[in-house]
Write a protein that binds this ligand. Structure first.
Ligand code: ADP
Length: 243
């Protein structure tokens, strides 16, 4: 349902993505692993054109965008099919938890306020924050703030949720609660692409693991296979270093 075809991206003279091909099926949880600087975040941001790829094609469902000549409307349409969870949560500081979740529904999706409120309350319950709907982000722990970020993405009911290192800004003791929420929505069949350094989590939750290095996909497969029998030397070295 999501297809990236020959995605290339350069920053100045540095080519950061060098021809990425990736297919993600409905309900897949794809974990993208790889050393720092290998292009993981850039790839994720190319899916919704937060970074405009220099070349290639992004397809979500039956909607394809040619990266060389994307129209403004095409990009908006693509963005509406996705939602992103950021490393640093990116919440509105001056809005409450509930308002943060409602905002996208009202502004981007033009959902009537009552319905937006009901949908937001439902997803906030799912991430365990029913007690905090009137709190402001500054009154929450990092783990709670990230759960608001996840609720906000979930409320939009997108075709795919893109997670950009969702736990890497958190204190270690708060990582578990966020991973637990991601795990529970994965079980509901929500399609996700997750850039992460959490190997145990990737191994447990992902249906596909993608290992990137130097702007290319070096290897891809089911977690058990890739973690226990990596085919490529670069993958073996990476796994040896981090486990
Ligand atoms: P990863 O997520 O694997 O750590 P990134 O996608 O963040 O890798 O970065 C890949 C490379 O692209 C790095 O060398 C980084 O410095 C560079 N890069 C990323 N974003 C920008 C940007 N906006 N401008 C210039 N260079 C960038």
């Amino acid at each position: 349902m999501i297809k990236l075809t020959n995605i290339r991206k350069s920053f100045g003279k540095q080519e950061v993505l060098r021809g990425i091909n990736l297919t993600v099926d409905k309900g897949d949880v794809v974990a993208i692993l790889g050393p720092s600087g290998s292009g993981k975040t850039t790839l994720l941001r190319c899916v919704n054109f937060l970074e405009k790829p220099g070349e290639g094609q992004v397809t979500i469902g039956d909607f394809a965008v040619d990266c060389k000549h994307p129209g403004k409307r095409d990009i908006l349409k693509l963005r509406r099919k996705t939602a992103m969870v950021f490393q640093h949560y990116n919440l509105f500081r001056h809005k409450t938890v509930l308002e943060n979740v409602m905002e996208g529904l009202i502004i981007a999706q033009k959902v009537p306020k009552d319905e937006a409120r009901a949908r937001s309350l439902a997803v906030l319950d799912k991430v365990g924050l029913s007690e905090k709907i009137d709190a402001y982000p500054s009154q929450l722990s990092g783990g709670q703030q990230q759960r608001v970020g996840i609720a906000r993405a979930l409320a939009l009911n997108p075709e795919v949720i893109l997670f950009d290192e969702p736990t890497s800004a958190l204190d270690p003791e708060l990582v578990g609660e966020v991973l637990a929420v991601i795990r529970s929505i994965a079980r509901e069949g929500v399609t996700m692409i997750i850039v992460t350094h959490e190997m145990t989590f990737a191994r447990e939750v992902a249906s596909q693991v993608v290992f990137m290095d130097g702007g290319v996909i070096v290897e891809q497969g089911e977690p058990e296979e890739l973690f226990t029998r990596p085919k490529e030397e670069r993958t073996r070295q990476f796994l040896k270093r981090i486990t």
